[in-house]
Design a protein around this ligand. Structure first.
Ligand code: FAD
Length: 478
Protein backbone atom coordinates (compact mmCIF):
# COMPACT_ATOMS: atom_id res chain seq x y z
CA UNK A 1 0.00 0.00 0.00
CA UNK A 2 1.41 3.44 -0.91
CA UNK A 3 1.69 6.20 1.71
CA UNK A 4 -1.16 8.05 0.00
CA UNK A 5 -3.39 4.98 0.13
CA UNK A 6 -2.49 4.44 3.78
CA UNK A 7 -3.38 8.05 4.67
CA UNK A 8 -6.71 7.71 2.84
CA UNK A 9 -7.45 4.54 4.85
CA UNK A 10 -6.77 6.53 8.03
CA UNK A 11 -9.12 9.25 6.77
CA UNK A 12 -11.81 6.67 6.18
CA UNK A 13 -11.58 5.70 9.87
CA UNK A 14 -11.31 9.09 11.60
CA UNK A 15 -12.69 11.51 9.00
CA UNK A 16 -11.20 14.88 7.98
CA UNK A 17 -11.57 16.23 11.51
CA UNK A 18 -9.42 13.44 12.88
CA UNK A 19 -6.50 13.74 10.47
CA UNK A 20 -3.68 16.28 10.19
CA UNK A 21 -1.17 15.94 7.36
CA UNK A 22 0.07 19.48 6.70
CA UNK A 23 3.43 20.51 8.20
CA UNK A 24 2.09 23.52 10.10
CA UNK A 25 -0.74 21.51 11.64
CA UNK A 26 1.60 18.67 12.62
CA UNK A 27 4.23 20.95 14.20
CA UNK A 28 2.83 21.15 17.79
CA UNK A 29 2.50 17.35 17.85
CA UNK A 30 6.04 16.55 16.69
CA UNK A 31 7.91 18.89 19.07
CA UNK A 32 8.02 18.42 22.84
CA UNK A 33 7.07 21.01 25.53
CA UNK A 34 10.67 21.88 26.39
CA UNK A 35 11.60 21.98 22.66
CA UNK A 36 14.41 19.50 23.25
CA UNK A 37 12.99 16.89 20.85
CA UNK A 38 11.71 17.46 17.34
CA UNK A 39 10.56 14.74 14.97
CA UNK A 40 8.33 14.27 11.98
CA UNK A 41 5.22 12.19 11.32
CA UNK A 42 3.40 10.73 8.37
CA UNK A 43 0.20 12.04 9.91
CA UNK A 44 -1.34 13.07 13.21
CA UNK A 45 -4.42 10.92 13.80
CA UNK A 46 -7.08 12.01 16.31
CA UNK A 47 -9.69 9.28 16.80
CA UNK A 48 -13.01 10.18 18.43
CA UNK A 49 -13.57 6.94 20.37
CA UNK A 50 -12.07 3.59 21.35
CA UNK A 51 -13.34 1.79 18.25
CA UNK A 52 -11.58 4.33 16.01
CA UNK A 53 -8.36 3.93 18.04
CA UNK A 54 -8.59 0.14 17.59
CA UNK A 55 -9.22 0.46 13.85
CA UNK A 56 -6.27 2.87 13.40
CA UNK A 57 -3.90 0.66 15.42
CA UNK A 58 -5.13 -2.44 13.57
CA UNK A 59 -4.41 -0.77 10.22
CA UNK A 60 -0.95 0.27 11.45
CA UNK A 61 -0.23 -3.30 12.60
CA UNK A 62 -1.22 -4.66 9.18
CA UNK A 63 0.89 -2.06 7.36
CA UNK A 64 3.80 -2.14 9.87
CA UNK A 65 3.53 1.55 10.66
CA UNK A 66 4.70 2.64 14.13
CA UNK A 67 2.35 4.52 16.46
CA UNK A 68 3.37 7.23 18.92
CA UNK A 69 0.54 7.84 21.42
CA UNK A 70 0.14 11.37 22.70
CA UNK A 71 -2.05 13.18 25.21
CA UNK A 72 -1.33 16.80 26.16
CA UNK A 73 2.31 16.61 25.00
CA UNK A 74 3.58 18.04 28.29
CA UNK A 75 5.93 15.12 28.99
CA UNK A 76 9.50 16.12 29.78
CA UNK A 77 11.41 13.11 28.40
CA UNK A 78 10.46 13.03 24.70
CA UNK A 79 8.13 10.02 25.17
CA UNK A 80 5.39 11.47 22.95
CA UNK A 81 7.65 12.72 20.15
CA UNK A 82 8.01 10.70 16.91
CA UNK A 83 11.42 10.09 15.35
CA UNK A 84 12.78 12.22 12.49
CA UNK A 85 12.10 9.81 9.61
CA UNK A 86 8.46 10.83 9.19
CA UNK A 87 7.17 7.26 8.82
CA UNK A 88 5.43 6.98 12.21
CA UNK A 89 2.01 8.34 13.06
CA UNK A 90 1.23 10.38 16.14
CA UNK A 91 -1.99 9.05 17.66
CA UNK A 92 -3.41 11.89 19.71
CA UNK A 93 -6.17 11.19 22.24
CA UNK A 94 -7.12 14.86 22.44
CA UNK A 95 -10.61 14.37 20.93
CA UNK A 96 -11.55 11.71 23.48
CA UNK A 97 -12.64 14.09 26.23
CA UNK A 98 -15.83 12.62 27.67
CA UNK A 99 -16.48 12.07 31.36
CA UNK A 100 -18.57 8.92 31.16
CA UNK A 101 -19.73 8.33 34.72
CA UNK A 102 -19.40 9.52 38.31
CA UNK A 103 -20.24 7.03 41.03
CA UNK A 104 -20.66 9.10 44.19
CA UNK A 105 -21.37 6.09 46.37
CA UNK A 106 -18.45 4.10 45.05
CA UNK A 107 -16.14 7.18 44.91
CA UNK A 108 -15.08 6.64 41.31
CA UNK A 109 -15.19 8.42 37.94
CA UNK A 110 -14.94 6.84 34.49
CA UNK A 111 -13.28 8.99 31.83
CA UNK A 112 -11.85 8.88 28.33
CA UNK A 113 -8.08 9.14 28.03
CA UNK A 114 -7.99 12.62 26.50
CA UNK A 115 -9.73 14.42 29.37
CA UNK A 116 -7.54 17.24 30.71
CA UNK A 117 -6.48 16.62 34.32
CA UNK A 118 -7.87 19.96 35.52
CA UNK A 119 -11.31 19.08 34.11
CA UNK A 120 -11.27 15.88 36.16
CA UNK A 121 -10.27 17.77 39.32
CA UNK A 122 -13.02 20.36 38.72
CA UNK A 123 -15.66 17.74 37.99
CA UNK A 124 -14.76 15.89 41.19
CA UNK A 125 -14.88 19.15 43.20
CA UNK A 126 -18.28 20.07 41.74
CA UNK A 127 -19.51 16.74 43.12
CA UNK A 128 -17.97 17.31 46.59
CA UNK A 129 -15.20 14.85 45.82
CA UNK A 130 -11.44 15.11 45.31
CA UNK A 131 -9.26 13.69 42.55
CA UNK A 132 -5.89 14.33 44.18
CA UNK A 133 -3.48 14.11 41.24
CA UNK A 134 -2.11 17.64 40.94
CA UNK A 135 0.84 18.99 38.95
CA UNK A 136 1.89 22.23 37.31
CA UNK A 137 0.91 21.00 33.82
CA UNK A 138 -2.63 20.07 34.96
CA UNK A 139 -4.28 22.63 32.64
CA UNK A 140 -2.83 20.86 29.56
CA UNK A 141 -1.88 17.27 30.41
CA UNK A 142 -4.40 14.44 29.91
CA UNK A 143 -5.34 11.58 32.19
CA UNK A 144 -4.12 9.09 29.56
CA UNK A 145 -0.68 10.73 29.66
CA UNK A 146 -0.77 10.88 33.47
CA UNK A 147 -1.51 7.17 33.73
CA UNK A 148 0.98 6.24 31.01
CA UNK A 149 3.76 8.08 32.85
CA UNK A 150 2.50 7.10 36.32
CA UNK A 151 2.62 10.83 37.10
CA UNK A 152 3.42 12.08 40.57
CA UNK A 153 2.88 15.72 41.47
CA UNK A 154 2.40 17.63 44.69
CA UNK A 155 0.12 15.33 46.73
CA UNK A 156 1.80 11.93 46.33
CA UNK A 157 2.91 12.17 49.94
CA UNK A 158 -0.68 11.68 51.10
CA UNK A 159 -2.57 10.07 48.21
CA UNK A 160 0.06 8.20 46.19
CA UNK A 161 1.05 8.59 42.53
CA UNK A 162 -1.18 7.95 39.50
CA UNK A 163 -0.89 4.18 39.89
CA UNK A 164 -2.61 4.40 43.27
CA UNK A 165 -5.45 6.55 41.90
CA UNK A 166 -6.85 4.19 39.30
CA UNK A 167 -9.14 1.17 39.59
CA UNK A 168 -9.59 0.02 36.00
CA UNK A 169 -8.40 0.60 32.44
CA UNK A 170 -9.44 0.05 28.87
CA UNK A 171 -6.50 -0.49 26.51
CA UNK A 172 -6.07 -0.97 22.76
CA UNK A 173 -3.33 -3.56 22.23
CA UNK A 174 -0.60 -3.26 19.56
CA UNK A 175 -2.67 -5.68 17.45
CA UNK A 176 -5.68 -3.34 17.54
CA UNK A 177 -7.73 -5.41 19.99
CA UNK A 178 -9.68 -3.81 22.84
CA UNK A 179 -9.00 -5.03 26.39
CA UNK A 180 -11.87 -3.95 28.61
CA UNK A 181 -10.48 -3.84 32.14
CA UNK A 182 -12.81 -1.05 33.27
CA UNK A 183 -13.50 -2.74 36.59
CA UNK A 184 -14.32 -0.45 39.49
CA UNK A 185 -13.10 -3.05 41.96
CA UNK A 186 -10.96 -2.45 45.01
CA UNK A 187 -10.15 -6.16 45.17
CA UNK A 188 -9.38 -8.28 42.13
CA UNK A 189 -6.74 -11.01 42.37
CA UNK A 190 -7.36 -12.75 39.07
CA UNK A 191 -3.97 -13.56 37.64
CA UNK A 192 -1.33 -11.19 36.30
CA UNK A 193 -2.19 -7.54 36.87
CA UNK A 194 -2.47 -6.18 33.31
CA UNK A 195 -3.60 -2.80 34.62
CA UNK A 196 -0.35 -2.29 36.48
CA UNK A 197 1.61 -3.35 33.40
CA UNK A 198 0.10 -0.62 31.20
CA UNK A 199 0.34 2.08 33.89
CA UNK A 200 3.70 3.81 33.52
CA UNK A 201 4.48 1.97 30.26
CA UNK A 202 4.71 5.31 28.37
CA UNK A 203 2.64 3.99 25.48
CA UNK A 204 5.11 1.22 24.61
CA UNK A 205 2.70 -1.66 25.33
CA UNK A 206 -0.68 -0.31 24.23
CA UNK A 207 -2.94 2.70 24.18
CA UNK A 208 -4.98 3.62 27.24
CA UNK A 209 -8.41 4.70 25.98
CA UNK A 210 -10.51 4.89 29.17
CA UNK A 211 -9.98 4.65 32.93
CA UNK A 212 -11.93 4.27 36.15
CA UNK A 213 -10.39 6.70 38.65
CA UNK A 214 -10.63 6.69 42.44
CA UNK A 215 -12.12 9.69 44.20
CA UNK A 216 -11.69 10.92 47.79
CA UNK A 217 -13.81 13.14 50.06
CA UNK A 218 -13.18 16.82 49.33
CA UNK A 219 -11.08 18.52 52.04
CA UNK A 220 -13.00 21.13 54.01
CA UNK A 221 -10.10 22.73 55.91
CA UNK A 222 -6.78 23.60 54.25
CA UNK A 223 -3.73 25.39 55.65
CA UNK A 224 -0.88 26.52 53.38
CA UNK A 225 2.39 28.04 54.56
CA UNK A 226 5.47 29.49 52.89
CA UNK A 227 8.37 28.75 55.20
CA UNK A 228 11.97 29.98 55.01
CA UNK A 229 14.33 27.35 56.43
CA UNK A 230 18.08 27.26 57.04
CA UNK A 231 18.82 24.06 55.09
CA UNK A 232 17.40 20.89 53.46
CA UNK A 233 18.06 19.16 56.84
CA UNK A 234 15.52 21.53 58.36
CA UNK A 235 13.00 20.66 55.62
CA UNK A 236 13.18 16.97 56.43
CA UNK A 237 12.96 17.58 60.19
CA UNK A 238 10.03 19.99 59.70
CA UNK A 239 8.19 17.41 57.61
CA UNK A 240 8.88 14.63 60.08
CA UNK A 241 7.34 16.60 62.97
CA UNK A 242 4.47 17.86 60.81
CA UNK A 243 2.96 14.39 60.39
CA UNK A 244 2.07 14.15 64.09
CA UNK A 245 1.40 17.90 64.59
CA UNK A 246 -1.15 17.89 61.75
CA UNK A 247 -2.69 14.59 62.91
CA UNK A 248 -1.49 12.94 59.70
CA UNK A 249 -2.93 15.65 57.45
CA UNK A 250 0.25 16.71 55.57
CA UNK A 251 -0.77 16.65 51.91
CA UNK A 252 2.18 18.53 50.35
CA UNK A 253 5.73 19.40 51.29
CA UNK A 254 7.70 21.10 48.52
CA UNK A 255 11.32 22.21 48.84
CA UNK A 256 12.73 25.10 46.80
CA UNK A 257 16.15 26.73 46.63
CA UNK A 258 16.51 30.48 46.22
CA UNK A 259 17.83 30.24 42.63
CA UNK A 260 14.56 28.81 41.35
CA UNK A 261 12.49 31.44 43.16
CA UNK A 262 14.62 34.21 41.68
CA UNK A 263 13.93 32.80 38.19
CA UNK A 264 10.17 32.75 38.88
CA UNK A 265 10.23 36.34 40.18
CA UNK A 266 12.21 37.40 37.11
CA UNK A 267 10.16 35.63 34.42
CA UNK A 268 6.59 35.19 35.67
CA UNK A 269 4.45 38.34 35.56
CA UNK A 270 2.73 39.09 38.87
CA UNK A 271 4.95 36.80 40.98
CA UNK A 272 5.96 38.40 44.29
CA UNK A 273 8.19 37.30 47.16
CA UNK A 274 5.98 36.47 50.16
CA UNK A 275 8.72 37.30 52.71
CA UNK A 276 10.66 40.53 53.08
CA UNK A 277 14.12 38.96 53.44
CA UNK A 278 15.82 36.52 51.08
CA UNK A 279 16.79 33.05 52.36
CA UNK A 280 18.59 30.09 50.76
CA UNK A 281 15.84 27.47 51.16
CA UNK A 282 12.05 27.37 51.44
CA UNK A 283 9.30 24.86 52.01
CA UNK A 284 5.72 25.11 50.81
CA UNK A 285 3.77 23.13 53.37
CA UNK A 286 0.11 22.20 53.00
CA UNK A 287 -2.16 20.38 55.43
CA UNK A 288 -5.72 19.47 54.55
CA UNK A 289 -8.51 17.66 56.30
CA UNK A 290 -12.05 16.60 55.56
CA UNK A 291 -13.14 17.88 58.98
CA UNK A 292 -14.80 21.26 58.40
CA UNK A 293 -13.75 24.31 60.46
CA UNK A 294 -16.62 25.14 62.75
CA UNK A 295 -18.12 28.64 62.90
CA UNK A 296 -16.02 30.83 65.25
CA UNK A 297 -13.49 28.06 65.85
CA UNK A 298 -10.14 29.49 66.79
CA UNK A 299 -8.24 26.57 68.22
CA UNK A 300 -9.16 23.36 66.41
CA UNK A 301 -8.63 24.44 62.78
CA UNK A 302 -5.60 23.37 60.77
CA UNK A 303 -4.38 26.94 60.32
CA UNK A 304 -4.12 27.44 64.08
CA UNK A 305 -2.43 24.07 64.53
CA UNK A 306 0.04 24.94 61.79
CA UNK A 307 0.78 28.33 63.36
CA UNK A 308 1.53 26.67 66.71
CA UNK A 309 3.71 24.06 65.03
CA UNK A 310 5.71 26.57 62.99
CA UNK A 311 6.18 28.74 66.11
CA UNK A 312 7.67 25.78 67.98
CA UNK A 313 9.83 24.89 64.96
CA UNK A 314 11.13 28.48 64.89
CA UNK A 315 12.22 28.17 68.51
CA UNK A 316 14.13 25.00 67.56
CA UNK A 317 15.88 26.80 64.71
CA UNK A 318 14.12 24.81 61.97
CA UNK A 319 12.22 27.85 60.67
CA UNK A 320 13.67 31.29 59.93
CA UNK A 321 10.48 33.05 58.83
CA UNK A 322 7.02 32.00 57.60
CA UNK A 323 3.68 33.20 56.36
CA UNK A 324 0.42 31.27 56.42
CA UNK A 325 -2.13 31.97 53.68
CA UNK A 326 -5.24 33.62 55.13
CA UNK A 327 -7.48 32.75 52.20
CA UNK A 328 -7.60 30.73 48.99
CA UNK A 329 -6.24 33.55 46.82
CA UNK A 330 -3.14 33.86 49.00
CA UNK A 331 -2.66 30.07 48.95
CA UNK A 332 -2.92 30.08 45.14
CA UNK A 333 -0.27 32.82 44.93
CA UNK A 334 2.11 30.73 47.06
CA UNK A 335 1.47 27.68 44.89
CA UNK A 336 2.09 29.73 41.74
CA UNK A 337 5.64 30.42 42.95
CA UNK A 338 6.27 26.70 43.18
CA UNK A 339 4.40 25.63 40.06
CA UNK A 340 6.05 28.16 37.77
CA UNK A 341 9.56 26.81 38.33
CA UNK A 342 9.60 24.77 35.07
CA UNK A 343 8.10 27.62 33.04
CA UNK A 344 10.59 30.15 34.44
CA UNK A 345 13.52 27.82 33.81
CA UNK A 346 12.37 27.33 30.20
CA UNK A 347 12.21 31.11 29.71
CA UNK A 348 15.67 31.54 31.21
CA UNK A 349 17.26 29.20 28.65
CA UNK A 350 18.75 25.71 28.40
CA UNK A 351 18.95 23.39 31.39
CA UNK A 352 19.40 19.72 32.16
CA UNK A 353 16.77 18.14 34.34
CA UNK A 354 17.35 15.43 36.91
CA UNK A 355 14.10 14.03 38.26
CA UNK A 356 15.64 11.95 41.03
CA UNK A 357 14.47 10.25 44.18
CA UNK A 358 16.23 8.96 47.27
CA UNK A 359 14.93 8.04 50.73
CA UNK A 360 13.49 11.20 52.33
CA UNK A 361 15.99 11.07 55.20
CA UNK A 362 18.88 11.09 52.69
CA UNK A 363 17.78 14.21 50.81
CA UNK A 364 20.05 16.58 52.81
CA UNK A 365 23.27 14.68 52.18
CA UNK A 366 22.28 14.08 48.56
CA UNK A 367 21.79 17.84 48.06
CA UNK A 368 25.20 18.62 49.57
CA UNK A 369 26.99 16.01 47.44
CA UNK A 370 24.98 16.80 44.31
CA UNK A 371 25.65 20.54 44.45
CA UNK A 372 29.37 19.93 44.93
CA UNK A 373 29.46 17.45 42.03
CA UNK A 374 27.57 19.77 39.67
CA UNK A 375 29.89 22.68 40.44
CA UNK A 376 32.95 20.46 40.00
CA UNK A 377 31.86 19.41 36.50
CA UNK A 378 30.72 22.84 35.37
CA UNK A 379 31.78 25.57 37.82
CA UNK A 380 29.74 28.32 36.09
CA UNK A 381 26.48 26.31 36.15
CA UNK A 382 23.44 27.47 38.12
CA UNK A 383 21.92 24.61 40.15
CA UNK A 384 18.13 24.87 40.54
CA UNK A 385 16.82 22.35 43.06
CA UNK A 386 13.12 22.07 43.85
CA UNK A 387 10.48 19.44 44.23
CA UNK A 388 8.53 16.99 46.24
CA UNK A 389 10.77 16.56 49.28
CA UNK A 390 7.99 14.69 51.05
CA UNK A 391 8.43 11.90 48.48
CA UNK A 392 12.24 12.09 48.45
CA UNK A 393 11.87 13.42 44.87
CA UNK A 394 13.83 16.45 43.72
CA UNK A 395 14.13 18.16 40.36
CA UNK A 396 17.84 18.66 40.76
CA UNK A 397 18.37 20.72 37.64
CA UNK A 398 21.36 22.44 36.15
CA UNK A 399 20.53 25.74 34.47
CA UNK A 400 23.07 26.71 31.82
CA UNK A 401 25.50 29.46 32.83
CA UNK A 402 24.01 32.91 32.19
CA UNK A 403 24.23 33.87 28.52
CA UNK A 404 25.06 30.34 27.25
CA UNK A 405 22.98 29.00 24.38
CA UNK A 406 22.09 25.34 23.72
CA UNK A 407 25.04 24.74 21.37
CA UNK A 408 27.54 25.82 24.02
CA UNK A 409 25.77 24.06 26.90
CA UNK A 410 24.81 20.67 25.41
CA UNK A 411 28.37 19.22 25.20
CA UNK A 412 28.58 19.45 29.02
CA UNK A 413 25.29 17.75 29.81
CA UNK A 414 26.53 14.16 29.63
CA UNK A 415 29.19 14.79 32.28
CA UNK A 416 26.70 16.63 34.52
CA UNK A 417 24.17 13.78 34.20
CA UNK A 418 26.77 11.11 34.97
CA UNK A 419 27.98 13.00 38.06
CA UNK A 420 24.44 13.32 39.48
CA UNK A 421 23.17 9.87 38.55
CA UNK A 422 26.25 8.14 40.00
CA UNK A 423 25.47 9.77 43.34
CA UNK A 424 21.76 8.91 43.09
CA UNK A 425 22.47 5.27 42.35
CA UNK A 426 25.03 5.18 45.18
CA UNK A 427 22.17 6.23 47.47
CA UNK A 428 19.93 3.42 46.17
CA UNK A 429 17.78 6.05 44.45
CA UNK A 430 16.01 6.42 41.10
CA UNK A 431 17.15 8.38 38.04
CA UNK A 432 13.53 9.03 37.08
CA UNK A 433 11.14 9.45 39.97
CA UNK A 434 8.09 10.65 38.04
CA UNK A 435 8.74 11.87 34.47
CA UNK A 436 9.57 8.44 33.02
CA UNK A 437 12.29 7.38 30.58
CA UNK A 438 10.96 8.34 27.12
CA UNK A 439 13.81 8.99 24.72
CA UNK A 440 15.81 11.10 27.13
CA UNK A 441 16.97 8.41 29.54
CA UNK A 442 17.04 5.20 27.46
CA UNK A 443 20.84 4.92 27.71
CA UNK A 444 20.91 5.81 31.39
CA UNK A 445 18.23 3.22 32.20
CA UNK A 446 20.23 0.54 30.41
CA UNK A 447 23.37 1.66 32.25
CA UNK A 448 22.02 1.96 35.78
CA UNK A 449 19.55 -0.94 35.96
CA UNK A 450 20.65 -4.58 36.16
CA UNK A 451 20.82 -6.84 33.11
CA UNK A 452 18.07 -9.03 34.54
CA UNK A 453 15.77 -6.02 34.92
CA UNK A 454 16.38 -4.70 31.40
CA UNK A 455 16.12 -8.21 29.90
CA UNK A 456 12.78 -8.72 31.67
CA UNK A 457 11.47 -5.40 30.30
CA UNK A 458 12.58 -6.43 26.78
CA UNK A 459 10.88 -9.81 27.16
CA UNK A 460 7.60 -8.15 28.13
CA UNK A 461 7.88 -5.65 25.26
CA UNK A 462 8.60 -8.38 22.68
CA UNK A 463 5.77 -10.56 23.96
CA UNK A 464 3.12 -7.84 23.81
CA UNK A 465 4.42 -5.93 20.78
CA UNK A 466 6.36 -8.43 18.63
CA UNK A 467 6.47 -6.06 15.64
CA UNK A 468 7.86 -3.23 17.84
CA UNK A 469 5.32 -0.74 16.51
CA UNK A 470 4.07 0.76 19.76
CA UNK A 471 6.14 3.86 20.57
CA UNK A 472 9.39 2.19 19.43
CA UNK A 473 12.70 3.35 20.87
CA UNK A 474 11.14 4.62 24.10
CA UNK A 475 12.13 3.10 27.50
CA UNK A 476 14.09 0.10 26.10
CA UNK A 477 15.48 -0.66 22.67
CA UNK A 478 14.58 -4.15 21.46
P1 FAD B 1 2.16 13.26 26.85
O1 FAD B 1 3.30 14.20 27.10
O2 FAD B 1 1.35 13.48 25.65
O3 FAD B 1 2.72 11.75 26.82
C1 FAD B 1 3.55 11.27 27.85
C2 FAD B 1 3.87 9.79 27.57
O4 FAD B 1 2.69 9.00 27.68
C3 FAD B 1 4.39 9.52 26.16
O5 FAD B 1 5.29 8.45 26.22
C4 FAD B 1 3.16 9.12 25.37
O6 FAD B 1 3.47 8.29 24.28
C5 FAD B 1 2.36 8.38 26.42
N1 FAD B 1 0.90 8.52 26.30
C6 FAD B 1 0.15 9.65 26.33
N2 FAD B 1 -1.14 9.35 26.28
C7 FAD B 1 -1.23 7.99 26.20
C8 FAD B 1 -2.31 7.06 26.15
N3 FAD B 1 -3.57 7.46 26.17
N4 FAD B 1 -2.02 5.75 26.08
C9 FAD B 1 -0.74 5.31 26.08
N5 FAD B 1 0.32 6.14 26.14
C10 FAD B 1 0.07 7.47 26.21
N6 FAD B 1 5.05 15.05 35.84
C11 FAD B 1 4.91 14.54 37.07
O7 FAD B 1 4.82 13.32 37.21
N7 FAD B 1 4.88 15.35 38.17
C12 FAD B 1 4.97 16.69 38.10
O8 FAD B 1 4.93 17.37 39.11
C13 FAD B 1 5.09 17.26 36.79
N8 FAD B 1 5.16 18.60 36.64
C14 FAD B 1 5.25 19.12 35.39
C15 FAD B 1 5.28 20.50 35.24
C16 FAD B 1 5.34 21.09 33.98
C17 FAD B 1 5.34 22.58 33.84
C18 FAD B 1 5.39 20.25 32.83
C19 FAD B 1 5.44 20.82 31.45
C20 FAD B 1 5.37 18.88 32.97
C21 FAD B 1 5.31 18.30 34.24
N9 FAD B 1 5.28 16.91 34.42
C22 FAD B 1 5.14 16.39 35.67
C23 FAD B 1 5.40 16.02 33.26
C24 FAD B 1 4.06 15.77 32.50
O9 FAD B 1 3.16 16.78 32.67
C25 FAD B 1 3.44 14.51 32.96
O10 FAD B 1 4.31 13.46 32.62
C26 FAD B 1 2.06 14.21 32.37
O11 FAD B 1 1.55 13.10 33.07
C27 FAD B 1 2.05 13.94 30.87
O12 FAD B 1 0.70 13.95 30.39
P2 FAD B 1 0.39 14.30 28.87
O13 FAD B 1 -1.04 14.08 28.62
O14 FAD B 1 0.92 15.64 28.52
O15 FAD B 1 1.23 13.16 28.15
Amino acid sequence: MSETEFVEKLRAIVGDKGLITDEQGKHPYVTDWRENFAGNALAVVRPANTEEVAAVVGLCAAEKVAVVPQGGNTGLVGGGTPDEKGREIVLSLNRMTRILDIDLIGYSMTVEAGVILKTIQETAAANDRLFPLSLAAEGSCTIGGNLSTNAGGVQVLHYGNARQLVLGLEVVTPQGEIWNGLRALKKDNTGYDLRDLYLGAEGTLGIITRAVLKLWPKPKDVATAWVAIPSPEAAVALLSGAHAASEDNVTSCELMGRQGIDLVLQHIPGATDPLSEKHDWYVLLEWSSTRARREGENAGGLREKMETYLGEAMEQGLVLDATIAQNEAQARALWALRENHSEASKKEGPSVKHDISVAVSRIPSFVTEGLAAMRKVLPECRPVAFGHVGDGNLHFNCQAPAGWDKARFMPHTHAVNAAIYDIVVGYGGSISAEHGIGLLKVDELAHYRSKVEIDTMRTIKRALDPQNLMNPGKIVRV
